[in-house]
Design a protein around this ligand. Sequence first.
Ligand code: ISJ
Length: 399
Amino acid sequence: MSVASKTLVPAPARHPAAPGFALTTGGRRLIARGLGSRVLTPAAGGEHPDSTFQSAVRDAFAQAHAAGQDRPILVGAIPFDLSQPSSLYVPAEYEWQDIGEDTSPDHEAPPVPALLSQSSQPSEADYQRMVEQALSQFGRSPLRKVVLSVIRELRFDGPIDVDALAARLKRLNATGYHYRVPLPGGGDLVGVTPELLLRKRGDAIETNPLAGSARRDPADPLQDKAIGAALERSKKDLYEHRLVVEAIGAALAPHCRELDIPAGPSLIQTAKLWHLSTRIAGRVTDPSMNALQLACLLHPTPAVCGHPRQEAVNLLRFVERFDRGPFAGMVGWCDESGDGEWLVTLRCGVVDRDRVRLFAGAGIVEGSEPAKEWSEIETKLSTMLTAFGLDDGNRPERP
Ligand SMILES: C=C(O[C@@H]1C=C(C(=O)O)C=C[C@H]1O)C(=O)O
């Protein structure tokens, strides 16, 4: 394999090599191996430099130096619920590869084991009832948006090969941030997300919220384009998107000396979906504010939770009967200088031998229709299902 920008930090022989972390971003792939110090401290309050979480991060970097690493980074995932333990660690070694120069052959893909069972929580009928419940709140409470999600549990007749799954996702999804995180409790988080929560380099920051979605029809390019154009004009989706952008702008503005928020969204596409997207760029007033502080400040955005945040959390506690775990949290890396990238953990699954949990959510606002929101959930799940050879076969709606 030819490696362009390689930063190989020697492994302190303290821990056996752990299965790896990988993240594809901006034409490069970060690959980390071996386990240095873990950060399991919940990230709640992580926007404050003197929080328990930020001090645990500083401790982990200090331990890495003590073990002989001179440029340690922190990688991993933070769950949706910041009061739950983080899944972060300083890898013993890491390298950045230029994707264009990756000449390694695609992983020899063994066949996916046979599917034994598949179940959704909530069921389609219950999900649609949840949407009705959310809709009934909009007129008579401050709630304006809530993201309702679904967990789909799959059981196979043998263990899932995570390398092969990641390789199939790579083949099926030319765009997006591909990621893979070994979880401290066992199993791997695997996915390909289109959404950037926060990137920081020096004092420059970027975020790219998405909200408003439509299922693509790539087999029929004219139809596919028409679906995208209809999404761009959809009042309901533009409203759903605007709520996210306004909340992010309000959270960032007090910390930025420059903030550029485009007047309206543009369209982006994944292999399965069109999304409304806004690229926001800025410069922080205090350059010592690190990427994780800023990511914790933004999380959870209304793209994955709702608006206003507390009203949405209250409703979610009441109607969402499962633990989102890492889904709709953040995944990424950062270094000691405060630079880093945190992506929104979407289009993902947790793979634990023969068991897989997939997740997807959809933003509900005034004007949402229960049946359409369920079909959006199925489309979002199909990113992962296709990589298991299990697509739902839904046809896109005609705009
Ligand atoms: C919650 C998900 O996606 C989020 C919700 C979107 C929407 O409701 O339109 C679009 C992109 C993401 O911000 C998911 O993929 O599961």
